[in-house]
Ligand binder design. Structure first.
Ligand code: GLC
Length: 400
């Protein structure tokens, strides 16, 4: 089992955008609850136009959007009956999730929902049976995980009933209490949904985030959706954010997608609801590369041949009789030499530029094996203008 749609836009958006600090600003900057909550209730994203978000995602080659319905601060971005602490009671007063769901539907983009288990506003939101992200809870002496679960069930029921088809459910922060009934409820309401591993039982897929190591042999054995933000410090909108380089993001995306994972790349819209130019440009620089690559990143199976390529780290996939070599950290020279080829290729292509590449079968002056008298012949692919694409992973297509 794996995802059919592999590249998505993660969107962290809530009243915290108005502070321009971090999505967990309440706790991380120790903002008094009364001040934060008053600020949240004044949330007024007058320029919110979800069609712009959806069209941007499409332009980037993305197939779905994962939206933070509720982050740790507990503020709900939909018309929930479970708490007054929601978008309907702000000056804006409109169901922003509904508007996003409609825009997604209109433009053929799937919608996924992020839902935080920690809730720093709800009176029984404190969960001592969770190892992390409890520090911001307002009522630390009122523990009732039964009520907390009922509250979450009511909200998940709304989210998975009122907004059409939901592609994936992204629970955040494992609660450390085993309660499969929450995922069962989600599956009852949305039979085709994929559920992540940060909820109340194992779920369908894993969620490594930011900088992490891939599985042992580089391939994922379980359905996996990796994620990172274009911004280095925050998932929510941050004034003066530092942005990752194109190379860092593209290499990570190539590495994890070629190893079988999906990828969510995050942006944080501002308090008005706009994905500001700096965030946009950083997304588009990745899109410029991704849109040349999607045919070999979206679906593939492992090519298990050991090609004996020296020095360069790579992952090999096969699709329609073509092998795709993903050099996810780039290549060291303008050529690669392949040892264990079984056929002479029909053609070789440099995916980054789309150009055909030259190749020949020649011996190279390798370190000699004492048992041999001549060098092995190698499939030598050369003249690769890797310098021109120094800010991208290098991908080579071989048609056998
Ligand atoms: C972490 C962060 C959280 C963010 C999430 C995205 O759990 O604590 O703020 O929403 O990652 O995956």
């Amino acid at each position: 089992m794996n995802f059919d749609n592999k590249f998505g836009m993660f969107i962290h958006w809530g009243p915290y955008a108005a502070l321009g600090l971090h999505e967990q600003a309440l706790a991380r900057y120790n903002i008094p609850y009364t001040e934060y909550e008053a600020m949240a209730m004044q949330f007024n994203p007058t320029e919110y136009n979800p069609e712009e978000w959806v069209l941007l995602a499409k332009k980037c080659g993305m197939k779905y959007i994962c939206f933070t319905a509720k982050h740790h601060d507990g503020f709900c971005m939909w018309d929930t009956k479970a708490t007054d602490y929601n978008i309907m009671n702000t000056p804006y007063g409109k169901d922003v999730l509904k508007m996003l769901a409609d825009a997604c539907k209109k433009h053929g983009i799937l919608l996924s929902l992020y839902y935080s288990n920690p809730d720093w506003h709800y009176e029984y939101g404190y969960n001592p049976e969770s190892k992390s992200h409890q520090w911001g809870a307002k009522y630390k002496n009122q523990v009732n995980t039964v009520k907390l679960r009922e509250f979450i069930k009511a909200q998940i029921t709304e989210l998975l009933t009122n907004y059409g088809k939901i592609y994936t459910l992204f629970w955040d922060i494992p609660p450390c209490i085993y309660d499969p009934s929450l995922n069962e409820l989600a599956r009852k309401l949305q039979p085709d949904i994929y559920i992540n591993d940060r909820g109340w039982s194992e779920g369908d897929f894993s969620t490594p985030e930011r900088e992490y190591e891939a599985a042992n042999n580089g391939r994922f054995t379980r359905m996996t959706e990796a994620c990172n933000s274009v911004g280095a410090h925050s998932w929510g909108y941050r004034v003066g954010e530092d942005f990752y380089t194109k190379r860092h993001l593209c290499c990570a995306i190539d590495r994890y997608m070629s190893a079988g994972a999906s990828y969510l790349l995050n942006v944080g819209p501002d308090k008005k609801g706009v994905i500001t130019d700096d965030y946009c440009q950083n997304l588009l620089k990745v899109a410029d590369w991704y849109n040349r690559m999607d045919e070999c990143l979206e679906c593939h199976e492992a090519d298990d041949t050991d090609y004996g390529i020296k020095n360069n780290k790579y992952i090999a996939n096969i699709k329609n009789g073509k092998t795709y070599l993903h050099f996810y950290e780039g290549i060291m020279s303008n050529s690669v030499a392949i040892k264990n080829y079984t056929k002479v290729p029909k053609s070789v292509r440099f995916m980054n530029s789309g150009e055909s590449l030259h190749y020949n079968i020649i011996p190279l002056p390798e370190f000699m094996d004492m048992s041999k008298t001549t060098q092995d012949e190698l499939l030598h692919i050369y003249g690769i203008d890797a310098d021109k694409y120094a800010d991208e992973p290098i991908v080579i297509e071989i048609e056998w």
